[in-house]
Design a protein around this ligand. Structure first.
Ligand code: NAD
Length: 379
């Protein structure tokens, strides 16, 4: 466990900084931060009106608490509620949000406040990055996945019929308020899906953190203080990578561990409740370790350890665990070829030399991936 993670053993929120020069910002992590959101916003963005973008599920559980806090701090706001689910990262929902922002006469000095999971954060961030050529935005992530991953780093966007996240902008938030208490209302399956991204941080470059998770994952699910410790550690890992490579010209690609396979599986499953993003990442990380073993980079024991931990937590680790009709190798290969990770016919994969030793392999032969998938698909 890192030093910053250990410091969350008090009720004081932990602050993790994302160091990006003039675009640097803070991530505040702790319980009940939603009650203080109004005061934080009034202090950090004085005079700005807020356009809250949220989804119907999160609105039911948390919008009242947030608006009470904004009222108490005399922060003006409007609320825009979109339907929940990956289908909302669409051109249609983007248009709805933009129209609502313009209808509310949003000005350049105002800000968008994304209250929700990664879907809301990606959509609202894209709207903030484009409306009036870009206004500020605040991330209030309410899913575990959004708290440790999607709210940090400024990637925003929507999906298209050609694949996920193919339209969007880099637009960093002004700050991030991550209330670990709001995760109490998150369905268990969604919590687990977010946990895949927490484990990913350990698998990429923090073997000690992965070991800590193997011993403490039950306490992380149960709540304070281990949950905050895990969120802070994962945020620190992501913040360090983003600070080193904001636009993904190098090391940031490591964060895609499990995502080349995962995105193809998500697309093949039709972005439906059949396979959540984090579940696709879980299977994708196992496949990435399996492919690493096949190419002689890591051992069978490493693969077994990844499978053991993810399945103990309740995450799927094999393609055959995805409910419904099976997938064809051709279909998955075609989807991977459409992903952004293809360069001149060679696939870029994030592979691993062991737990916490991920690296970028820019030249994995397509035929090796095909024969690997043929072995995996029926397992
Ligand atoms: P999500 O936004 O769909 O949220 C999951 C579900 O949980 C939704 O039904 C939502 O309504 C509900 N929910 C969220 N918070 C809740 C709460 N506190 N209580 C009750 N219900 C709650 O999905 P997600 O897993 O948060 O995010 C997945 C998305 O994030 C994908 O589109 C993925 O591509 C994107 N993503 C983006 C980045 C990035 O860097 N921008 C990184 C990783 C993932």
């Amino acid at each position: 466990m890192s030093e910053a993670a250990a410091s969350t053993a008090s009720r004081t929120p932990t602050t993790v900084s994302v160091d990006l020069g003039e675009r640097s910002y803070d991530i505040l992590i702790g319980r009940d931060i939603i009650d203080r959101a109004g005061a934080e916003i009034a202090a950090r963005l004085p005079g700005a009106r807020m356009a809250i973008v949220t989804d119907a599920n999160v609105a039911d559980s948390h919008l009242r608490t947030l608006t009470r806090s904004l009222d108490a701090a005399d922060v003006e706001y409007v609320s825009i509620v979109v339907p929940p689910g990956e289908g909302t990262k669409s051109f249609a929902a983007f248009e709805t949000v933009i129209e609502a922002l313009l209808e509310a006469r949003i000005e350049r000095s105002d800000a968008v406040l994304a209250l929700g999971g990664g879907v809301v954060g990606d959509l609202a961030g894209f709207a903030a990055g484009t409306v009036l050529r870009g206004i500020r935005f605040v991330q209030m992530p309410t899913s575990l996945l959004a708290q440790v991953d999607s709210s940090i780093g400024g990637k925003t966007g929507i999906n298209t019929s050609h694949g996920k996240n193919l339209v969007g902008v880099f637009h960093q938030p002004s700050f991030v308020l991550a209330d670990s208490g709001v995760l109490d209302s998150l369905p268990e399956r969604e919590f687990n899906a977010g946990y895949a991204e927490v484990a990913k941080c350990g698998l990429i470059g923090a073997p000690d953190f992965f070991g800590w998770l193997e011993s403490n994952w039950r306490a992380v699910a149960a709540g304070w203080p281990e949950r905050e410790q895990a969120i802070a550690s994962a945020c620190m890992a992501k913040a360090a990578i983003v600070a080193a490579d904001e636009r993904e010209s190098g090391v940031r690609a490591l964060l895609n561990l499990g995502h080349t396979f995962g995105h193809a599986l998500e697309a093949a499953a039709g972005y439906s409740g059949r396979l959540l993003h984090g579940e696709g990442v879980s299977i994708g990380m196992v496949l990435a370790f399996g492919l690493s073993e096949k190419l002689g980079h890591c051992t069978r024991a490493d693969v077994d350890r990844v499978v053991a931990h993810l399945s103990e937590v309740g995450l799927p680790t094999r393609i055959s665990q995805i409910p419904g009709e099976g997938f064809g190798v051709d279909e998955l290969m075609a989807l991977m070829a459409q992903d952004k990770k293809v360069k001149r016919g060679r696939l870029t994969f994030i592979l691993a030399k062991g737990i916490g030793r991920a690296f970028i392999a820019g030249d994995v032969p397509i035929e090796t991936v095909r024969s690997f998938l043929e072995e995996q698909i029926g397992r």
